[in-house]
Design a protein around this ligand. Sequence first.
Ligand SMILES: CC(=O)[C@@H](O)[C@H](O)COP(=O)(O)O
Length: 266
Amino acid sequence: MTSQDIHGDDSLVIAGTRYRSRLLTGTGKFKDLDETRRATEAAAAEIVTVAIRRTNIGQDPGEPNLLDVLPPDRYTILPNTAGCYTAEEAVRTLRLARELLDGRKLVKLEVLGDQKTLYPDVVQTLKAAELLVADGFDVMVYTSDDPILAKQLEEIGCVAVMPLAAPIGSGLGIQNKWSLLEIVDNAKVPIIVDAGVGTASDAAVAMELGCDGVLMNTAIAGAREPVLMAHAMKLAVEAGRAAFRAGRIPRKRYASASSPVDGLLG
Ligand SMILES: CC(=O)[C@@H](O)[C@H](O)COP(=O)(O)O
């Protein structure tokens, strides 16, 4: 393998657009907009998600605007429906986002079931996904780690499926790697782990399983040093992806010597 093979094109393709970075970041929970900017740069993220109901991207002209530090000509701004509990609320929120973002149609759908777990309401999620796809949106969809549901969302026409690793903000890391593996094995669209990552090794494991990317917010914004953690996450996603492409050795129960045993002297 040449250095060209190592560094060659391994783009993430979502709805026909190529991205070099497989780390997608959230924009909430940072100390201020400058910290959001510095962490996003350290993560080398190209897609940044924005909670439309909680973040000013122009709805409130008198307030600081996130787009001043994360300009849409440099980043793909991915509006999300955090805080929506019904399909109708989610669809309304994303139609507003489309107006605010000059008709851009790539969105992240999340319809939550309750405030304690922030698990997705899968019935409402399916309903909203159908409505949004019919309305011409490119829908990336936050969902549970259920392989059947993930396939249904793909079949509806979602452009990426985003199963959780663990509850949003929990930092628990991947709770069910077998479900994620099943989702990845069956998928024809990118699978991006969304939510529950706690530290760099969680992101690396997600990528080693074959996921196409990782979206995170709390693990970076809530770290003691958010910019340094963003850098660590960039390295972890890249390392996990390279390890997946390289192919891990099989696990064996017993030892096998690292040095050859043939032709030993004496
Ligand atoms: C930012 C976002 O869109 C959410 O889905 C969520 O916040 C990500 O989860 P973590 O905060 O656990 O990374």
